[in-house]
Design a binder for this molecule. Sequence first.
Ligand code: NAD
Ligand code: ZN
Length: 352
Amino acid sequence: MATVSSNTMKAIIKQTPEPGGLIIADVPMPKIGVKDVLVKIKKTAICGTDIHIYNWDEWAQRTIKTPQIIGHEFVGEVVEAGEGVTNIKPGNLVSGEGHLVCGVCRHCITGNLHLCRQTVGIGVNIDGVFSEYISIPASNAWVCNPAVSEDVLSVQDPLGNAVHTALSFNLIGEDVLITGAGPIGLMSVPIVKRAGARHIVVTDINPKRLEMAKDLGATATVDVTKQNISDAIKFLNMNEGFDVGLEMSGSPAAFNDMINAMANGGKIAILGIISNSTQVDWDKIIFNSLTLKGIYGREMYSTWYKMSMLLQSGLDKEVAKIITHSFPFQDFQEAFEIMKSGESGKVILDWV
Ligand code: NAD
Ligand code: ZN
């Protein structure tokens, strides 16, 4: 079992409010409260959100207060537990929910923690997990099955996004359109397949990612720079368009493609962060009786439970295919550049 022997630790910090601006620095070891656990980080993964912070786009400028430790996808070992912690012990392998909630509001007390209005994001609103140790509330730590690989356990946050979005609507026998074959869109493919969908059509503008989608079980893929979704609809002999849509690109064009390709009465779950100025054909939404559902994060903790069971029943092998790169944390610059290029699936930073 790991032990703590120093007062400082290494962390990746967004030091200055500008593109890039990431450094490795020595920072004080985090302190734990009575209901917290101290976790020695083993692996972390880079999320699209971290790339927004790296690029210092408009969202990051408005949201992030520098200097701040970034990152929220992790797996590690508990090395210390506060006196009030009963369910988690030193030695446990844990990942964690990156949304901290108030615990007392109307939604929290009725078991809908993902709807809490006081939600605070680790690595966004407060210091993150790209560091050798973190302190998190024990209630946010999720004990993992060590039979699943640590790389896969470190990407449960985005996998949870995929599980939450994909399982928003009943999929058995349905035709499903996924716009965007980024890591989360790709993770959704095997989940949708397991949930019993008939056809799974995936769109992107990146041929490599579409190839990965095919390998993970997509029935057809559409490179929207060359083809239309209607070609896939014809090719698959579908009559009326898609029953369920999972928007996972954040692209206004993709969202419009989806609205145009839905069957009447179709249901859309939107995970991709689409800009506020996006125009849509409201006639299609209203007169075709579409249902739109926004998705934020993971349901606490039913998504985590379902995800763990799926990982233990073979989903881990498929998720492992989406992890394409791994670097020691000291090489974070290279890791961020590869993630930024779009020439990757998930990229892992190793802290051990
Ligand atoms: P990503 O940016 O890696 O993937 C997006 C994919 O969409 C890319 O492969 C890109 O090539 C593709 N794309 C771009 N234009 C397209 C078009 N016109 N048609 C089809 N595909 C197109 O992102 P990710 O990490 O997989 O996350 C997916 C989305 O979900 C992102 O928008 C991300 O910001 C968002 N997100 C939301 C939440 C939430 O809680 N709502 C959580 C995590 C991520
Ligand atoms: Zn709350």
